[in-house]
Design a protein around this ligand. Structure first.
Ligand code: SIN
Length: 282
C-alpha cells in the first residue's frame, strides 16, 4: 500500500498501524483514503496516542459513515451513540470474549467499529483479529463455489435476549441492557462481496451465526465447525496490545475479533462507536 504515512503491518493478512495521523480534528483527503485503503486491505487499522474526547471520537467516526447506535451496551454518560465496553476489577466476564463479528444479526450490519482505549490493565486484555477474506481465499475452488450458493441465519437472541448468555451472567451489572429490543433473525449470504474492493469474504461467525438456511442444526454445525477451524488458523490472525489512547478501527464485514479475558482483578474500559453499513450482497 502506497501512502505518505509511516505504516507497520502486523501480519501479511491483517492489521496495519498508521503513524503520524492525528485523529482529533478534520481529516485530510489523503488521511481518509489511507484509512479506507488500509481497512479494505488489512481489515483493521491501529492508531496510537489518540486521546480523543467523545466529541472528537464521534467526529472521526462520522467522517466515514453515520453512527449505527448499539442497542445492548450501556452507553457513555451523555453520549448515547458511544457504547461502553467495560470490565471492572471485581467482574469475571468480559464483553466480546469469543470470536465474533459485530452486529451480524442486523439486516444491515455495521460497516465498522472504532474502539478507543480509555483504561487498560497493566498486562493482558489484548484483542485478536482475523481477516475473513484471506480465509475465503484459502479454501478450495469447489468449496468456495458451494459456499457461494448458501445463506446463513444470524441471531442475537442467544446472546442479548431474555434467555441469552448475558441474562444468565451474575456479574452483568447493567453492562448489557434491553433484551426486549433483540431483532428478528437476519439472513445473509455466506459469501459476501466487499463494497469497496469487491473481494469475496466468508461471512459467518461463531458469535451470531446459528445455522445455514434450509439445513438442520447438526448439518449446519458440521460445516460451520469446519469453516471456523480453518478461520482460526494462527496465520490469519494478528494481536493488538492496547495502551490508553490506542484506537482500533476494524472493517466489520471482513474481520472477526476476540477480546482476551486474561486480566482478572483489573479494570479495562473502552469506548466503541459502530458505523453504519448496508444490506450485504454476494
Ligand atoms: C468488542 O467485541 O467490540 C470489544 C473488543 C475489545 O474490547 O477488545
Amino acid at each position: 500500500m502506497k501512502t505518505m504515512y509511516r505504516t507497520r503491518t502486523y501480519s501479511p493478512f491483517v492489521g496495519l498501524e498508521l503513524e503520524d495521523i492525528d485523529l482529533s480534528g478534520d481529516l485530510s483527503e489523503e488521511a481518509t483514503e489511507t484509512i479506507r485503503e488500509g481497512l479494505s486491505q488489512y481489515g483493521v487499522v491501529f492508531f496510537r496516542n489518540q486521546h480523543l474526547s467523545s466529541e472528537q471520537q464521534l467526529h472521526f467516526a462520522r467522517s466515514f459513515a453515520p453512527v449505527d447506535r448499539n442497542r445492548f451496551f450501556k452507553a457513555v454518560d451523555g453520549y448515547p451513540e458511544i457504547a461502553e465496553v467495560l470490565k471492572e476489577s471485581h467482574q469475571r466476564s468480559n464483553i466480546g470474549g469469543g470470536w465474533h463479528t459485530d452486529h451480524s444479526y442486523d439486516l444491515e450490519p455495521a460497516m465498522g467499529s472504532i474502539l478507543l482505549a480509555r483504561e487498560v490493565p497493566p498486562h493482558g486484555g489484548d484483542t485478536l483479529f482475523i481477516n475473513m477474506a484471506a480465509v475465503f481465499d484459502s479454501l478450495s475452488p469447489g468449496l468456495q463455489q458451494t459456499l457461494e450458493s448458501l445463506s446463513a441465519i444470524h441471531s442475537a437472541k442467544h446472546v442479548f435476549g431474555y434467555e441469552g448468555r448475558w441474562a444468565r451472567r451474575a456479574d452483568a451489572d447493567g453492562r448489557i441492557l434491553n433484551p426486549d429490543v433483540v431483532p428478528e433473525d437476519a439472513k445473509h449470504p455466506v459469501v459476501i462481496r466487499h463494497p469497496k474492493s469487491g473481494r469475496r469474504i466468508l461471512y459467518v461467525n461463531p458469535g451470531f451465526t446459528v445455522r445455514i438456511d434450509g439445513w438442520t442444526e447438526s448439518e449446519s454445525k458440521a460445516l460451520l465447525d469446519y469453516l471456523y477451524s480453518e478461520a482460526m488458523r494462527p496465520e490469519f490472525q494478528c494481536r493488538f496490545q492496547w495502551a490508553a489512547g490506542s484506537i482500533a478501527f476494524w472493517d466489520n464485514l471482513m474481520t472477526w475479533h476476540y477480546a482476551l479475558n486474561d486480566y482478572h482483578g483489573y479494570r479495562r474500559l473502552m469506548h466503541r462507536i459502530t458505523v453504519a453499513g448496508q444490506a450485504l450482497l454476494n
